[in-house]
Each structure stands twice: as C-alpha cells, then as structure tokens.
Design a protein around this ligand. Structure first.
Ligand SMILES: [Zn+2]
Length: 396
C-alpha cells in the first residue's frame, strides 16, 4: 500500500467512530482506537484527563428570517451557548465586530431585540465561508442563545438593516450546559536513539502535537483527523527508528473548547519541564489543496522553518503557495505553548469551506497532504536546532 492509501485507510478508521466532541462516548471510542494502534507499535500511552464545564449542542437550531422576505438561514449553535425558551421573535440590529480566538479572525454580531425590548439572542456572522460554529469568547452572555451563520447571509442581513428595512426573525435553540465533560490528552514519550545526539542544539525535547477532538457537527477528517493520523504515522516511524533527540507526541483533547486540553497540559509543566522543550510542532488541519500556512514564533525561528519548508517542497517537487503568519494566533494548541514562552510551529493546509462542517469527510487530497507532511514533520523534529528563546509574550 502507498503511504497515501495507508493514510486514507487510517483516516477512515478514525472517523468511523463518529464526531470526536470532547466528553462524548464517540470521542472515548476514537481515543481508545488511537491508543490501541500505539500499543501495537510498542509505545506506552499516558492519559491526562481534562475536565471542563460541560455543554450539549442539542438538536433544535433555527434562524428563520420572516421579513423583508421569508428565509431560513443555515445556523449552528456556538459552543457554550444557552438555549431559547421556546421561540424568540424580534428584529435584528447590528451589534458590531467580534474577535474569535482572541482577535485572530473577526466576525460580525447581530442582536435579536424581542417584543419586550431586550436583546434575547445573538446571531454571529462568519468572516468567510458557510455557517460554522466556534466557541464563545469569555464574558459572553450565558443567558441568551448564540447562533453562527455564514458570511453571505451576514452580508445580506447587514444590507437589509442598512436599507432601513425591518428585519424580523424567529430563533429557536435547545443547546445548554451540562455538569462536566471529561476526555483525555494522549501522550507518548519517545526516547532518543542510542547514543542520541551529542550536539546540545539538537538534544532537547521536541513536542509534536495535534488535537484529536472535533466539533460536535462533524467527524473532522481534515480538522483534525488528518493531524491525528500524521502523529500516528510519526509514532510508527519512530518506533522502528528512534529520533536523535527525545520526542513527546501529544494528541490533545478540547482544542475546540478554547484550547483547554493543551492549556491544561502546559499548566502542569514546571519551569524546568518547560525549559527542557526545544520547540513545539503542532499539526492541525491538513486539508485539501496546495496552500500551506505556517505560524511560527519567535520570528527568527520562523525564518529557519520557512527555509526548511521551501527546501523540502523543492526536494519533493511540490508546488505550493505559502503564507507565514507572525505572531502566531490563539487559534490552535501551539498558542498554549507560545503563551508560556516556548517556541512553536503550527502547520496547516487550511480548508475554510470544510471547517466545522458535516462535509469534512475523508478525501484522497487530505491523505496526500498527510503523506507529504509526515516526512517534513519528522525532519523538522529531528534536525531543527533549539531556537533562541525570547521573553514570554506579555507585550503586544
Ligand atoms: Zn483544528
């Protein structure tokens, strides 16, 4: 079997468990499958439980525009949203922009003002692509429903409102809080080969990570079944041929819940354990396509990673468009390390039109990008020298 065909069959086996939403039975089953694959390779797996305020997405979710025309808008509950008590009726007004994952991306918010004159629900319009849920920012009103709609529907609502037409809607949602949700981070420690590297620049630990969990509405083949399978392939390679420096592979849970799995993990590390990490390599979202995004900090480390990726693309005759974003955003697990002053790399083939969608299913183009990324990740983990640390971010 080619590495691409193997990656595709592994991805299909992973997503067959269903959505991997933190705290659910299907997440537990997928996590047990990953562990069993690792045990067969000869690895010991450590589990790190992550317990969070729970939430369920419910099954009733509706945003129905009733004037100026009648139209139902595809909509998803934002994670941690309250439900409505029956149907909320009112008219829309523009509330203004909203930062998602810090200010990584900016959405627009509309309030639904009900007949009693209060804002009884919030509609969030995405900056790009179809409706897709995200976690609510801290401080969001936990007494009202929050639903996410797509970019074009948001533009249409803004245009109607600007035309001074009264835009009336009916909103219903039955999501809401649950006691606690628990799933585990999965951790595999791979010792350096004997005798290992004698060069201190390549003898510290590298953390190679990705998140295993998905959003509630998808099996998350690209986000992030792809990275999870890439990590399994790396574990398989290193089981046979260990790296010259220690590598810790981590499948995080609760990335989709504001990175709470990786934040919990980093909080457990004492200063010596943090300092022992040379850098973190986060693989999140190997989607279809040829557009590779990397987010690296500190900046000088980013220059080195950029050169290594370009050399690898040339060597593999891969035509890519690339973008390097600096500083790294707060959108995925490397941010938990970056915030603690640990150098970090995040790689993604972003696939915005599949992000948090039921259509995010296995695809040969995803498998191709897994197969292409695994040797790159292996080479970065094995050969990139320990970057110079800059003071932990605290300044803007
Ligand atoms: Zn992701």
């Amino acid at each position: 079997m080619t590495t691409e065909a193997h990656a595709l069959s592994q991805l299909e086996a992973l997503v067959a468990h269903g959505p991997r939403f933190h705290g659910t039975e299907t997440m537990r089953a997928a996590s047990a499958w990953v562990e069993s694959e690792l045990v067969v390779m000869g690895h010991a797996v450590r589990r790190e439980p992550v317990s969070l305020p729970g939430w369920h997405p419910g099954t009733v979710r509706r945003v129905l525009v009733t004037a100026p025309v009648e139209r139902e808008l595809p909509a998803w509950p934002m994670l941690w949203s309250a439900g409505t008590d029956g149907v909320v009726r009112g008219h829309l007004e523009v509330l203004g922009p909203e930062g998602i994952w810090g200010d990584s991306i900016v959405w627009q918010r509309f309030g639904v003002r009900d007949t009693r004159g209060r804002i009884a629900a919030v509609v969030h319009a995405r900056d790009d692509g179809p409706a897709a849920p995200q976690p609510l920012p801290a401080g969001s009103d936990d007494g009202v429903a929050h639903l996410a709609i797509g970019r074009l529907d948001g533009l249409q609502l803004a245009e109607w409102i600007a035309d001074h037409e009264r835009v009336t809607v009916e909103v219903s949602l039955d999501s809401g809080p649950r006691d606690r949700s628990v799933s585990d981070n999965l951790i595999v420690e791979i010792a350096a080969s004997e005798p290992g590297s004698s060069d201190p620049a390549v003898s510290g630990t590298v953390v190679v990570c990705g998140h295993l969990d998905s959003f509630y509405n998808t099996v998350g083949a690209y986000d992030n079944g792809s990275g999870s399978i890439a990590l399994l392939e790396l574990a398989r390679l290193w089981a046979v041929s260990p790296p010259p420096r220690p590598v810790r592979i981590v499948w995080f849970t609760a990335e989709e819940w504001h990175l709470l799995g990786s934040r919990h993990h980093v909080e457990q590390l004492d200063p010596a354990a943090r300092d022992a990490i040379d850098f973190v390599l986060n693989i999140d979202g190997l989607g279809r396509g040829d557009h590779l995004e990397t987010f690296v900090g500190p900046e000088r480390f980013g220059f080195a990673v950029r050169d290594a990726i370009r050399a690898y693309a040339r060597a593999t005759a891969r035509t890519l468009t690339t973008v390097d974003r600096f500083p790294p955003t707060r959108g995925t697990d490397d941010a938990s390390f970056h915030a603690a002053g640990i150098p970090s790399v995040f790689c993604t083939f972003n696939d915005l039109h599949r992000l948090h969608q039921p259509e995010d299913v296995p695809d040969p183009a995803i498998a191709r990008n897994i197969a292409w990324t695994v040797p790159l990740a292996r080479s970065l983990a094995e050969t990139m020298p320990r970057p110079e640390r800059t003071p932990a971010p605290g300044l803007l």
